[in-house]
Design a protein around this ligand. Structure first.
Ligand code: URA
Length: 428
């Protein structure tokens, strides 16, 4: 019989009473939880104690390291090019990864984006790309290296071996209302990114009603915590704080977002998607040793589109095949003349999810063609009867529940709202 070094009850009590967890306690509890010695009920209690009491910088660093140590780590050191990655804390209509990876890789930089599937109101990058006929998220480590060396950009499912403790913990946090804690979010994201082995990383920390962080101060604290964790682990890290009060772009939902991303890669698309893609690309390229890149030009002259096609083909997809289209649509019309004063990210994200674009449990399927198209964006002038949104679904009985959420998030007023600030700050 093996004897355990600590008792979970003591560890929980230490944090419940506001104390500091020692490195040994943290290493033990993460390892014992991964091995199944510490049960979900005890880990849930500890998560709640951390949610309420917080963790200091050294506790967060140790918690992150213990999660990294729970699994394998990757290395891209054998590649002939520098690596850079981007991670967004999650937002509605956030398809930036799709144009960004090919744009950055068109400069000869490797962009290994190990991503997840959507849970709740924000969509997952893998679900979006699976709308492309033939495209496959599962790529072996050998193939990943080959694609990175050759075409340069990969979006793939993170292997089960990377930070397995985080996978277990994240699922538990999801069902115990302990997701939106700065120490737990920061350690969860950074354990995966550090284990992935990228040499530089740009974080897109969302702030607003559709994001984990509702106000700028907490978004700044999350960004600072993650940048410090990355830097301390030798990953050249910086963060942008960007708006998530209203969706990004004009499309929410898997195939709709692919369509919009392709528009951006073809030199068009919505201004906010172009601005954020270019700002993130410039930051990634700077960290990878390529300052002053004219990334707008690379979107316009077809270089980024060529990389996109290569990236999709490398994973079995046909970039020229038609995307799935929903058989049922419903238009939301303006009830009066005026300006769109509210187009609220969370309400639209939940609406799109209820239309079938997202999943409630991780094993649920998603509807590739479901989602929302925005015809009149925030601040636009509309006249009574004009189309503001079109809802798409494969199952029309979903319209009613989706509209309950969407109708709460759309308002028309007499005066135009203040213009949106898309990029609030940069943390280095
Ligand atoms: N994304 C993650 O990977 N972890 C979190 O805790 C929150 C968002």
């Amino acid at each position: 019989m093996t004897t355990e070094s600590f008792d979970a009850v003591d560890v929980i009590r230490t944090k419940r009473d506001g104390g500091e967890l020692s490195s040994e306690q943290i290493n033990w509890i993460i390892d014992a939880y991964t091995r199944g010695i510490v049960g979900d009920e005890q880990m849930a209690a500890l998560n709640m104690a951390i949610f309420l009491r917080g963790m200091n910088r050294s506790e967060i660093a140790q918690w992150t390291q213990a999660m990294i140590d729970s699994g394998e780590t990757m290395s891209f050191a054998s590649l002939s090019k520098p690596t850079t990655d981007k991670h967004s804390t999650g937002g509605v209509g956030d398809k930036i990864t799709l144009p960004l990876g090919p744009l950055v890789s068109s400069y000869g930089v490797a962009v290994p984006q190990l991503s997840g599937r959507g849970l709740g109101h924000t969509g997952g990058t893998l679900d979006k790309l699976e709308a492309i006929p033939g495209w496959m998220a599962d790529v072996s480590n050998e193939r990943l290296m080959e694609i990175l060396e050759d075409s340069g950009a990969v979006v793939a499912a993170a292997g089960a071996g990377l930070a397995p403790a985080d996978k277990k913990l994240y699922a538990l946090r999801d069902i115990t209302s302990t997701v939106d804690s700065i120490p737990l979010i920061a350690s969860s994201i950074m354990s995966k990114k550090i284990a992935e082995g990228t040499s530089s990383l740009v974080l897109d920390v969302k702030v607003g009603s559709g994001a984990f962080m509702k106000d700028l101060d907490s978004a700044r604290e999350l960004a600072r915590t993650m940048v410090d964790l990355g830097t301390d682990a030798g990953v050249n890290t910086r963060a942008l704080l960007t708006d998530m009060n209203t969706p990004l772009g004009r499309c929410i939902g898997n195939s709709l977002e692919v369509r919009e991303s392709v528009e951006v890669l073809a030199g068009g698309g919505p201004a906010d998607i172009i601005e954020l893609t270019c700002e993130l690309a410039r930051n990634m390229l700077e960290l990878a040793g390529i300052p002053d890149a004219d990334v707008e030009e690379a979107l316009k002259d077809g270089r980024a589109m060529d990389s996109w096609k290569k990236m999709i083909r490398a994973q079995g997809g046909d970039p020229d095949a038609p995307l799935p289209v929903a058989p049922h649509t419903h238009d939301v019309l303006a009830e009066r003349d005026g300006y769109v004063t509210e187009l609220e990210a969370l309400a639209l994200g939940v609406g799109s999810w209820r239309l079938g674009a997202g999943r409630a449990r991780k094993e649920d399927p998603v509807q590739l063609s479901a989602g929302i198209e925005i015809h009149a964006g925030l601040g636009e002038k509309v006249t009574k009867g004009q189309k503001i949104l079109t809802l798409h679904t494969e199952t029309p009985e979903r319209f009613e529940r989706a509209l309950e959420s969407i109708n709460h998030g759309v308002s028309i007023g007499d005066e135009a709202p203040a213009p949106r600030t898309l990029i609030h700050d940069r943390i280095i």
